[in-house]
Design a protein around this ligand. Structure first.
Ligand SMILES: NC(=O)c1ccc[n+]([C@@H]2O[C@H](COP(=O)([O-])OP(=O)(O)OC[C@H]3O[C@@H](n4cnc5c(N)ncnc54)[C@H](O)[C@@H]3O)[C@@H](O)[C@H]2O)c1
Ligand SMILES: [Zn+2]
Length: 368
């Protein structure tokens, strides 16, 4: 189990086979980025790359840069265009090129400031730059604070599909500043709750009480983020490289969700919105195949609605397109699929009992 302290800052410390690091969750962390790095890591680096995107840069890059420079870091700021299309090998090459031309070497450190796109992209650049330099993740979206910044998965997309190239590269430190969430557009804020509700469904039923309280959530963000990080950290500690099956539980709602995201052409649904639909489908299948009570199933669906997340699949996204996307994604093995179900809130397992026909039937149920 990770070591957890309520803080402030709330701290969640992971101990992995070859890495140990801490996630700090608090308000107003950006301005303390350098002090916290010095206090919580053994790094002696004096040269830093600060990688961020074109939306986040004008909001937060200056604050982080000032903190680093006042602690004696020489900072090279690198800004990529905002959006998923920056998760490419071309951007990795561009980032590494800018770092080399700025004279950064293997003793330098990379700070990844932004959402999951920046975290995955810059984390991967750090993994391969001069065969690997330390990376400090400074996530600024709910998705990146509760999910992508913790666990070490980094990488980029190719024309053939999402996240197909990458490396495990655990961060040295994660600094999650909940104040940054104030500038997140509502739709991006809300989509994060699909992952939060997923965490509650697979590991911590009591987290739903907090996640359902939309009216006062803004005053409980540190607790909300820290509890989610603790769930992700526990699962990563149990199954760092996704070999035992525990980490696969994080795919709850994602098997069909990815198919729906792809069938919508990636522009239509945000990831969390597609996952919301995938969660509803997984909940229906859990009632049918794993004995989940109708009451708990309803509670999950209602909590998605609280965040204006979709729970009904629009008619113009066809079953054929969704299933075809899943075929392309090699989700099926001889018609069978490994599918995460829950027996009750907080109790998830990987089932072999779901086949293509079950999915097709569930998609019909998702339209009414
Ligand atoms: N590595 C993992 O384990 C893992 C897990 C989940 C998701 N991911 C990846 O994460 C990515 C999605 O991450 P995301 O949802 O954070 O998307 P994102 O990084 O694209 O951020 C969403 C949008 O919000 C903007 N933004 C970010 N922070 C902001 C802030 N504080 N204020 C205003 N605007 C802000 C960004 O510029 C972007 O336009 C996907 O590429 C996905 O594959 C990775
Ligand atoms: Zn997800």
């Amino acid at each position: 189990m990770p070591t957890i302290s309520e803080g402030p800052p709330a701290t969640i410390s992971l101990r992995l086979a070859h890495d140990a690091y801490t996630v700090l969750v608090d308000s107003d962390i950006l301005s303390r980025a350098a002090q916290l790095t010095q206090a919580w890591t053994e790094l002696s680096a004096k040269a830093a790359a600060l990688v961020t995107d074109s939306n986040v840069a004008p909001l937060y890059a200056e604050g982080v840069r000032t903190s680093l420079e006042s602690a004696g870091f020489r900072v090279t700021t690198i800004i990529v265009p905002a959006g998923e299309s920056s998760k490419s090998m071309a951007q990795v090459a561009s980032i590494c090129g800018q770092m080399l031309r700025a004279g950064l070497d293997r003793k330098s450190v990379l700070f990844a400031l932004g959402g999951g796109v920046v975290g995955d992209l810059a984390g991967f650049a750090a993994a391969i730059f001069q065969r690997g330099i330390p990376c400090i993740q400074i996530p600024t979206t709910i998705v990146s604070q509760v999910d992508s910044s913790v666990g070490g998965k980094t990488g980029v997309n190719t024309a053939e599909g999402k996240n197909l190239l990458g490396a495990f590269h655990q961060p040295r430190l994660v600094l999650a500043d909940v104040n940054t969430l104030a500038t997140l557009p509502d739709r991006e804020f809300n989509e994060g709750f699909a992952e939060i509700i997923k965490h509650a469904a697979i590991r911590d039923a009591s987290l739903l009480d907090l996640a359902e309280d939309r009216a006062s959530i803004r005053s409980h963000l540190v607790e909300l983020i820290a509890r989610n990080v603790a769930i992700k950290a526990t699962i990563v500690e149990e199954d760092e490289r996704e070999t035992s099956g525990t980490r696969a539980l994080l795919n709850f709602g994602h098997t069909l969700g990815h198919g729906i995201e792809a069938a919508g052409g990636y522009g239509r649904f945000l990831h969390g919105e597609a996952i919301s639909l995938g969660l509803v489908a997984a909940v229906h299948l859990s009632v049918e195949k794993a004995g989940l009570s109708a009451e708990e199933a309803n509670r999950i669906i209602q909590s998605l609605k609280i965040w204006d997340l979709p729970t009904i699949l629009p008619d113009d996204v066809s079953d054929e397109d969704i299933l075809a996307a899943m075929e392309r994604d090699k989700k099926f093995d001889a018609g069978q699929i490994r599918f995460v179900l829950i027996r009750s809130l907080g109790d998830a397992f990987v089932s072999d009992a779901i086949n293509r026909d079950d999915l097709a039937r569930t998609l019909i149920g998702l339209r009414e």
